[in-house]
Structures are given as structure tokens and as C-alpha cells.
Design a binder for this molecule. Structure first.
Ligand SMILES: C[S@@+](CC[C@H](N)C(=O)[O-])C[C@H]1O[C@@H](n2cnc3c(N)ncnc32)[C@H](O)[C@@H]1O
Length: 238
């Protein structure tokens, strides 16, 4: 995978050519191509398409206008490093390919409750039909929240788009609201929310921003920082 990534540029071809090839020759012939090509094509498209959706259209549009363009999430060096970091942990990673509801029951049984935290990133509540092939309906969000809230003795975090219906489902649980720029459909500031199981300790930097942190590569510790905001009146950063 890293080799594919590394040579994606050295062939002196532009992103559009590569993208076209991945879409036409590989994604449209999924059943016939080899797994590595399919994997890399999916990876490439997920980094250069809006919201990482295979059929989502290219970031920046065909005209490549605006602040965020096709390569804004395709930092080759950083991506290679991430793949290597994941590969180094492969013994600790298990893929279950299960529906969320069945998965919750299974992992709860298997988990070491003293040293486990579950992170759930369910499909978005809004615009789900344009983002996913098999999208969740309101009823599915209800069911999955019931299952998550019913988890015993194991800590968890859930992330969602910040909407009233979802806040209702997780009412009474500690939460953290934040925003970040994303490219679902068009570039915009997404309002997001995290919910925490009761008793889960949150960073003691107040107010912290989950998207604004630094990883100390040596100690593998994450340090959260307060986001610097620009004061309107005197233009000084605080
Ligand atoms: C918000 S995305 C998660 C993205 C992922 N955390 C990431 O950073 O790439 C929601 C994911 O839930 C998956 N999904 C949809 N329905 C599901 C189901 N019934 N059970 C499990 N996963 C499902 C979607 O395929 C999608 O990948």
C-alpha cells in the first residue's frame, strides 16, 4: 500500500488521471480486480472525494475552485506514516464486519472491562442517504443508542453530527460540542458532538477542543490545547 502511495506522484500523472482510472477501471470492476488495487483505489478516492465517499465527487469540484482542492487531504508523507503506524499495531486489530448491534453484544462479551474503551462513530443523522449506501433511519439510531446506553461496566464514546434528535437520545450523558471544517457535499463548518459514558474522565484542559491536539510521538501521549481565537476589537490572539 505504501509503495502504491509513494509512486502515485512519481509517475508524473496528475490526480485527475489517477482518479479517473481508479473509478473506471477498478471501482466499476470490483469483482474482477485484485484486492490490493481495490484497496488502494478506495483509499485514494476516500482521501480525494468529498467526505471520503467513493461516489461523492472530487473535493473542490471539477473546476477546482475554493480553498480546499483535490489534494488537501492527500499528504503523502503523513498518510504513509499513518499506514505504517496502523500496520505496526496489526496484531491488536480485529475486523469483525458485523452490524453495529450484533457487534456491541459480541465485543462486550470479549472485552477486558478494566482496560477497554469503546468508540462508536455511527452514520451521520442528517444527509445520511447521500453519504452511505445503506443509511440509518431514525429508528436505527434509536436502537443503536439503546444498545450503547445499555453497555455495562465498559466506558464508551460516541460521535455524531450535533442535532436535537441525537441529543435527545443521549440526554443525561456528559457531552462535548465542537466544530470542524469538513467537505461533505460542500466545504462547511460541521457542528459535531461527542457523548461519554458516565464517569469517563475528560481532558482537564478547559475548554478543550477534540480536534486541536498534539501527539508526543515519543511518549505517545496526546496533549489538548485551547484553540486560539481572534478577538474582534484589537486583533490580538488569545
Ligand atoms: C461516520 S462513518 C464512520 C467513519 C469512520 N469512523 C472513519 O473515520 O472513517 C459511519 C460508518 O458506519 C458504517 N455503517 C453503516 N451502517 C452500519 C451498520 N448497520 N453497522 C455497522 N456499521 C455501519 C458506514 O459504512 C460508515 O463507514
Amino acid at each position: 500500500m505504501c509503495f502504491f502511495l509513494d509512486t502515485a506522484y512519481s509517475q508524473q500523472r496528475n490526480y485527475f488521471e489517477i482518479r479517473d482510472e481508479w473509478l473506471k477501471q477498478i471501482q466499476q470492476n470490483k469483482d474482477r480486480v485484485d484486492l490490493l488495487s481495490l484497496g488502494f483505489s478506495t483509499f485514494f478516492l476516500s482521501r480525494t472525494n468529498r467526505s471520503g465517499i467513493i461516489k461523492g465527487g472530487v473535493i473542490g469540484g471539477n473546476g477546482q475552485i475554493g480553498k480546499y482542492l483535490i489534494d488537501c487531504r492527500f499528504n503523502k508523507k503523513e498518510l504513509i506514516e499513518r499506514i505504517k503506524t496502523i500496520a505496526a499495531q496489526k496484531k491488536n486489530i480485529r475486523l469483525y464486519k458485523k452490524d453495529a448491534v450484533q457487534l456491541i453484544a459480541k465485543i462486550q462479551k470479549e472485552a477486558d472491562i478494566t482496560n477497554t474503551i469503546f468508540y462508536f462513530d455511527p452514520p451521520y443523522f442528517l444527509k445520511a442517504d447521500s453519504l452511505y449506501m445503506n443509511h440509518y433511519k431514525k429508528h436505527d439510531h434509536d436502537i443503536v443508542s439503546k444498545k450503547i446506553r445499555g453497555i455495562k461496566n465498559i466506558k464508551w464514546i460516541v460521535s455524531y453530527d450535533n442535532v436535537v434528535d441525537i441529543k435527545r437520545l443521549y440526554h443525561g450523558y456528559p457531552k462535548k460540542e465542537y466544530s470542524f471544517t469538513h467537505t461533505a457535499g460542500y466545504t462547511k463548518q460541521g457542528q459535531e458532538i461527542l457523548f461519554f459514558s458516565k464517569g469517563l474522565i475528560q481532558p482537564d484542559v478547559a475548554p478543550y477542543d477534540p480536534t486541536f491536539f498534539r501527539l508526543n510521538r515519543k511518549s505517545r501521549k496526546i496533549y489538548y490545547r485551547k484553540r486560539r481565537t481572534r478577538k474582534k476589537n484589537n486583533n490580538t490572539l488569545v
